[in-house]
Ligand binder design. Structure first.
Ligand code: C2O
Length: 567
């Protein structure tokens, strides 16, 4: 197989945004990091050189990593983190998938700036796209700019303090449309277009915290793919994208070519209005060719943006996506029925820090700490002695150092009105959150099992939706709804004809999403909310897929050198 090879040097550099210079951790001095472009069926090698002061791993978000879990890049799930001044080489093939994916650091808040696009081209080139060949293809990475020290923010989150927001939003690493820092100009992102031509925007939400609305004044989008799976072309004037998702959209430069048009990215989850900086939303510019030599944006047309907390718009946008049937590949057909079913609530709970106590009374508040959970288990791996994958592969009983490995339950410990608005943190019903325990939540699946998961969001999460990301597999999104899932009526709504396939499914605010996946990739796969603060607070679990009966369905041994120097 042909190969693509990169060296990623991770280091801290000084960057200036919002007229202030701060240290940021990036790959090869760039923000966003380098784009990896590879043809389907080819292999990728990335040598990571860690010159940063942090432990880190790089995760290849959405890449199947079939029989290659060792290269998935999740600290203490698939590998030990790469310490400062050490190197590590990732090797993987991309097979059976094409489109827009991305890569990012999987260590807490480092992914705020350690990220980039990963584009898989079809074997037969752009002519084989199921849509007209675009004139140009443009990665659009939405990110956040943090002036706060992210390591400190991370510590706060893992201690249950979750009121932290970024200073601003970025498009391809740039803030705003133009900053004038005492005479020195900081440019915003500019997309130069020629009238009448079609552009394919490969939009990636790399932000830690928020879904985004994306609009371009005077232009419309046709969404053609999501999470590197083609969708039925969907015309819309707004793209709604959650952290972890990718959306490919065609844009025709068919507006009057007389001026400039703002491309705006506005977060749905944002700080309270009184604390918002003007940069919490960001703008780039779409510039027609005869305007390429002036900086003046005074005449630029701005798009009308949806209301800031319009999560219903996001609900409908996601509900309108269906899979493109004529392009269904090998792993693409949705099985007619499931072997196992889970109902997983996504919530907040409290942990009691009083010695020897499982729960604190309300009066004991200083000792109770807020954590995020799935079925009331909050993921915790701090005491692990070996990565879960290693422990699993070598059948080390009580792997993970024997500390607190627990099964992820099939259902929440108690049924209640999950989406009751009265159920907010610290409200009168807070005891509903109990009992939450901290454990390394693991769920095992037989190789080939067809698994249904209903993710049920809860009112404890207030205005948040939950982008739930599964490693190593795509999920068919069968249905979504507002309110509480009810099998008796909701199962009948499942789309078993052309459900979209996603590696990240957005569970609507105060609602649910039902997914089906085939556990056909042996290994230990992280499943978690792609809001970094939910992940830091424990909204995660590990799905272990057992080996199948043949070498072709079993996890191979770790690559040579993988465990060198390890205890
Ligand atoms: Cu994009 Cu586990 O992450």
């Amino acid at each position: 197989v042909a190969a693509v090879e990169h060296t990623f040097v991770v280091s801290q550099v000084k960057m200036t945004r919002m007229c202030k210079q701060i240290p940021v951790t990036v790959v090869n001095g760039q923000l966003p990091g380098p784009t990896i472009e590879v043809t389907e069926g080819h292999s990728v090698t990335v040598h990571v050189v860690n010159m940063s002061p942090y432990n880190l791993t790089i995760h290849w978000h959405g890449v199947y990593q079939l029989l290659n879990c060792w290269n998935d890049g999740v600290p203490m799930v698939t590998q030990r983190p790469i310490p400062p001044n050490a190197n590590f080489t990732y090797r993987f093939d991309v097979a059976g998938q094409e489109g827009t994916l991305w890569w990012h650091a999987h260590d807490a808040f480092l992914r705020a700036t350690v990220y980039g696009a990963l584009i898989i081209r079809p074997r037969n080139g752009a002519a084989s796209y199921p849509f007209p060949k675009p004139h140009k293809e443009i990665p659009i990475l939405i990110g956040e700019w943090w002036e706060k020290d992210l390591a400190a923010v991370d510590r706060n989150f893992t201690r249950g303090h979750y009121d932290e927001f970024s200073s601003g939003s970025t498009i391809n690493g740039k803030l705003g449309d133009l900053f004038n820092c005492s005479g020195v100009f900081e440019d915003g992102y500019v997309l130069d277009v020629e009238p009448g031509k079609t552009y394919l925007l490969r939009v990636i939400n790399a932000a830690l915290f928020s879904e985004y609305f994306i609009k371009i004044a005077g232009h419309k989008f046709t969404v053609v793919a999501a999470d590197a799976n083609y969708v039925t072309p969907y015309a819309t004037d707004v793209i709604v994208i959650a952290p972890g998702e990718t959306m490919d959209a065609l844009v025709i430069a068919d507006a009057a070519p007389v001026g400039r048009y703002y491309m705006a990215a506005q977060p749905i989850q944002a700080p309270p209005p009184d604390t918002q900086t003007p940069e919490f939303a960001t703008r780039g510019t779409v510039r027609y060719y005869q305007h390429q030599h002036t900086r003046n944006n005074d005449d630029a047309v701005a798009p009308d943006m949806p209301d800031q907390h319009d999560t219903i718009k996001s609900f409908y946008f996601h509900g309108n996506l269906t899979g493109l049937r004529q392009r269904q590949r090998q792993r693409a057909r949705v099985p007619a029925r499931a072997d196992e079913r889970l109902l997983v609530t996504l919530g907040l709970g409290s942990i009691c820090r009083l010695p020897g106590r499982r729960s604190c009374k309300r009066g004991d508040h200083p000792e109770s700490m807020v954590v995020a959970n799935m079925n009331n288990v909050s993921f915790h791996d701090a005491a692990a002695a070996a990565p879960l994958l290693e422990a699993h592969y070598y059948h080390r009983r009580g792997g993970n150092g024997g500390v607190g490995t627990a099964g992820l339950p099939d259902r929440p410990p108690s049924a209640f009105n999950y989406t009751d608005p009265a159920l907010i943190p610290f409200g009168p019903q807070e005891m509903r959150l109990e009992p939450t325990r901290r454990a390394t939540a693991v769920r095992r699946f037989r190789h080939g099992a067809v698994v249904d998961v209903v993710f049920q969001s809860t009112a404890m999460l207030q205005g948040d939706s939950n982008p739930m990301h599964l490693h190593g597999h795509d999920m068919f999104v069968l249905a979504q709804g507002i309110g509480n899932y009810d099998a008796a009526t909701d199962e009948g709504k499942y789309n078993l004809v052309n459900p979209p396939r996603k590696n990240t499914v957005l569970v609507p605010n105060l609602g649910w999403a039902a997914i089906r996946f085939v556990a056909d990739n042996p290994g230990a796969w992280f499943i978690h909310c792609h809001f970094e603060f939910h992940l830091a607070m424990g909204m995660a679990a590990v799905f272990i897929v057992e080996d199948g009966p043949t070498p072709n369905t079993s996890l191979p041994p770790p690559p040579p050198g993988f465990l060198d120097g390890r205890p």
